[in-house]
Design a binder for this molecule. Structure first.
Ligand code: ZN
Ligand code: ZN
Length: 333
């Protein structure tokens, strides 16, 4: 049964089958012209049926949905977008950076696969593991019905939905075009995957997210610091109150993780694969991870290593097509 968080604003719950996350929490907002839905769910019959039932429980049919806005295009948020659009005729809205993502990830994966292989080799993944890691993301594609957004956001817009006035805040890091929605008067924020109450979202460096994603992520956390918030409404787990406290915890978590990685590097030059396979992971040992989780672990490690390069604590060396990291004088202090 959906929870009415505030008048006309509902938190829905849609299961993610066979996934430790358990569910995604889409939000339904009564608007002047019908309803706005924020995030949808994986494209599975169970998730679609659950979404339909949750809507029915509050007396809403798919035809009442005028727009679907996704916080980012990961399958658990965007997967059902195509189907929801089909049955409701709603407009689909994403951040502009996520639109580019849809094209390469869901529409032209062949070119991406080639880049992934080169990238895995460069970061020290042994040849015999490369192939399984390269294609590990492909099964996920079946959980998505890709649809081109009808409209894009850039961040900074104000969206009026019934009793609510949401500011769109661009929060890159977990995904390059991730967005949060803040209502200043109601003191609520919809944080998507950017800020979750007990787990931290994957922030990874990979061929579709280059640059300094962890640096972007930490800057995006900082962007939320000054906001006055009573209720945080995330896309997984559960609602919570103390936004600032949680922001601090997440920053500390990444600092700790980075220190662990730098300790593994010690006085040597190591690849991201060396570091990822030595690190202690709370979810199990690296050797036992599925190819998909192993790849996520490598890209998460790389995001930290690259961040440390930007911070001057590590230096990157490329020798014989392999990238290795070592401590700088500043890093070993
Ligand atoms: Zn996500
Ligand atoms: Zn998610």
């Amino acid at each position: 049964m959906p929870t009415e968080i505030l008048s006309g604003l509902y938190q829905l719950r849609v299961p993610i089958p066979d996934n430790p996350l358990g569910w995604v929490l889409p939000y339904l907002i009564r608007s002047n012209d019908g309803y706005t839905l924020i995030d949808s769910g994986w494209n599975t019959p169970e998730a679609f049926a659950a979404l339909e039932q949750e809507l029915r429980d509050v007396g809403v049919a798919f035809e009442d949905i005028k727009r679907l806005i996704v916080t980012h295009v990961h399958p658990d948020h965007y997967g059902l977008a195509g189907r929801v659009k089909e049955v409701s005729g709603c407009r689909v809205i994403t951040h502009q950076r996520e639109r580019d993502f849809i094209r390469s990830r869901y529409r032209n994966p062949e070119q991406l696969l080639e880049r992934v292989m080169a990238w895995l080799n460069e970061h020290g993944v042994p040849l015999e593991e490369g192939e399984s890691l390269q294609s590990s993301a492909m099964p996920v594609r079946s959980f998505v019905v890709p649809v081109e957004p009808d409209e894009v956001l850039w961040g900074g817009e104000t969206l009026d939905f019934g009793l609510y006035r949401f500011e769109v805040i661009w929060t890159p890091g977990h995904s390059p075009g991730h967005i949060c929605f803040y209502d200043r008067a109601q003191r609520i924020i919809l944080t998507g995957d950017h800020v979750l109450p007990t787990i931290t979202p994957n922030v990874g460096l990979h061929p579709q997210q280059m640059g300094n994603p962890l640096g972007d992520y930490l800057a995006s956390l900082q962007r939320l610091e000054p906001l006055e918030v009573d209720d945080v409404l995330p896309a997984h787990e559960h609602s919570f109150k103390d936004l600032r406290g949680r922001l601090r915890e997440i920053v500390e978590h990444h600092e700790l993780r980075l220190n662990e990685m730098i300790a593994i590097i010690g006085n040597e030059r190591k690849t991201a694969y060396d570091v990822a396979s030595t690190l202690v992971w709370t979810i199990g040992t690296f050797d036992k991870f599925s190819p998909w989780v192993r790849r996520a672990a490598i890209s998460e490690t790389l995001a930290h290593l690259e961040y440390a390069v930007y911070e001057g604590r590590l230096a990157m060396h490329r020798e014989g097509g392999i990238v290795r990291y070592e401590q700088t004088a500043a890093g070993s202090k």
